[in-house]
Design a protein around this ligand. Structure first.
Ligand code: SAH
Length: 250
């Protein structure tokens, strides 16, 4: 099956919308978004991408954002199944890649269990796109042979992270959902032995008109001196020093 073949009635496509700019959609994402009956989308999906929806397509917001109440995951799965059973051609649109901190796995399992036909279209994940916009290579031969993607939500008191093991195994750490917890994350990493001068970048709203990059040290981050609003990607490690600014920044 071609990934960009038109959806059949009753089929669901779990589609990665990329980080924001419509130019970073895959060809399959672009053609499915512009030819479907229903788009069930996350809060993170940009207006520019949603503007590509077919005229007449129904747009249903179903995202969670910053702790605000929204549809539960079970409700979202039920809605997708319901729409498909009604014969609709459904695009389930998620920011970045559906399987990177996106709960796409749960939705796919629910669809499979309900016997719904579906396909999966990967997207460019923010953890790669945001550093690229800032001119930061997520791997650099002289810096790292490993790379970790993490969620900043885990940096709570009952942290599931083994900070020492992380600091040892991964010279470069890329955190999603880390804007609010950055001081705590940085403190944990300092506690695990990382150098106070370790460079940190925080990139807000990458690839959109609101994009903003701030850089500093781990010590500054721990002190709360490095801030950005959500959504933001935090990247920690010496690759931040290899940064080459290649676009105008505000
Ligand atoms: N599935 C998504 C991630 C969802 S988790 C993906 O693959 O990118 C939500 C987090 O993604 C946000 O808290 C933020 O850390 C990150 N994010 C998504 N879009 C972003 C953007 N345009 N700029 C910076 N961070 C972004």
């Amino acid at each position: 099956m071609r990934l960009d073949a038109p959806l059949r009635a009753g089929e669901v496509a779990l589609v990665g919308a990329g980080p924001g700019a419509a130019a970073l959609l895959t060809l399959a994402a672009a053609s499915l978004i512009s030819d479907c009956d229903v788009i069930v989308h996350d809060a993170l999906v940009s207006d520019e991408v949603l503007a590509m929806a077919a005229t007449g397509a129904e747009l249903i917001p179903a995202g969670k954002r910053g702790g605000r109440p929204s549809a539960s995951q079970a409700d979202i799965c039920d809605m997708l199944i319901e729409q498909a059973k009604a014969g609709k051609r459904v695009v389930r649109l998620k920011g970045g890649d559906p399987f990177v901190f996106g709960r796409g796995g749960e939705e796919v399992r629910a669809l499979a269990q309900a016997g719904i036909r579906f396909r999966i279209i990967p997207g460019i994940t923010a953890g790669v796109a945001a550093p690229a916009m800032a001119g930061i290579p997520v791997t650099d031969r002289s810096v790292n042979a490993t790379l970790a993607f993490l969620t900043g939500h885990e940096a709570s008191d009952e942290s599931r992270m083994d900070w020492q093991a992380l600091a040892k195994a991964f010279p470069v750490l890329v955190f999603y959902m880390a804007a609010r917890n950055l001081p705590r994350i940085a403190s944990c990493l300092l506690g695990a032995g990382l150098d106070v001068q370790t460079p940190v970048a925080i990139i807000h709203a990458a690839t959109t008109e609101h994009e903003q990059t701030n850089t500093g040290t781990l010590q500054q981050a721990a002190a709360g001196a490095l801030e950005a609003e959500s959504p933001a990607i935090v990247i920690i490690g010496d690759v931040v020093t290899s940064r080459t600014i290649w676009r105008d920044e505000t």
